[in-house]
Design a protein around this ligand. Sequence first.
Ligand code: SAM
Ligand code: ZN
Length: 327
Amino acid sequence: MTWFENYLACPVCKGSLLSEKDMYRCNVCNQKYPLYEGIPVLMPHLETLPGREDRSVFWNEGWKKQLENNNSLKGFGDAPGEEIKRRVEEDWKLLEGSLYTVEANREIVSGKVVLDIGCGAGSQGPIFESYGARYIGLDFSYNAAFYTQKYIRKIGGQGVGINGRAEYLPIKSNSVDFVFSHGVLHHTPKTQETFEEVYRCLKPGGSAAIGLYVTFSPVWIGIRARGWLAKVFSQNPNAKAWYHLTEGGWITGNNVNPWTKTYTKRELTGMFTKAGFKTIKFRKSVFNFGNCVPIMGKYIDRTRFGRRFSKAVAPALGSMWCIALKK
Ligand SMILES: C[S@@+](CC[C@H](N)C(=O)[O-])C[C@H]1O[C@@H](n2cnc3c(N)ncnc32)[C@H](O)[C@@H]1O
Ligand SMILES: [Zn+2]
């Protein structure tokens, strides 16, 4: 048995999984889940679960486009392991002040079993490997899970990519030490369910670091205003929800971002408390001119002034909540 298999469970009934040739079978509900190209595909069958919609196509196609065109901001293309390690070290310097270097830094996650929900297809796996974590990256995009595992293997790591949904974590209750999730759980209308799943999977005394969008921040206020204008002046009243204007890197054909919500501290405190968390700490990070000032913004971000200003104002104007939680 591989180390991570001790942590897996049926995504729907949470029964134990039996490992069979190229698949897993739930010993309670008997559902079968394939192991495809070394990736456990532990996705619930939504067609059997009333009222459930699949929002994974946008992300999966978006990752495919980014990875195949080798233009992902966070992918490594066909880079060899040494190059991946070097770029992780380089990127790491840019992550100063973020969830990765404060709430989930090397000291906190070293030696821990880390479940990364919405791991994406790039640098996160190698970062946590370099921190010395035992890493399980989960994403409902198969492409993301596949590339996460590919990059980890290239640097000689033992971590794994699995294909699963945040609303139905295929993980045993009270099992993992640490849950990480950056920029993910606001992309589902079932955010409360995902918080309850995080709580369920954590060991008693386990911790989590979660990054979510801040409602009252210049970036999200600006994008909502643009979305509102687009809707008012559009011929088609169903078109252009504000979040259709976001996550542009993943847009393919007519596939636009199917869902995003932003949150206030008050809303999130209520939701995390309802999920069972007792210790909840908030801070804001991430302020980029590029996201607020058209055309010139990205150039300002590259200047020394831009970097210093961004760092100084992020605690007040940042667009990402960095939330530290304890079970
Ligand atoms: C904006 S990307 C963030 C990726 C990465 N965490 C980062 O910070 O760079 C959002 C990721 O979450 C995944 N995702 C969104 N909703 C999900 C869900 N309900 N279950 C699992 N993965 C999800 C998407 O496939 C995508 O890889
Ligand atoms: Zn089952």
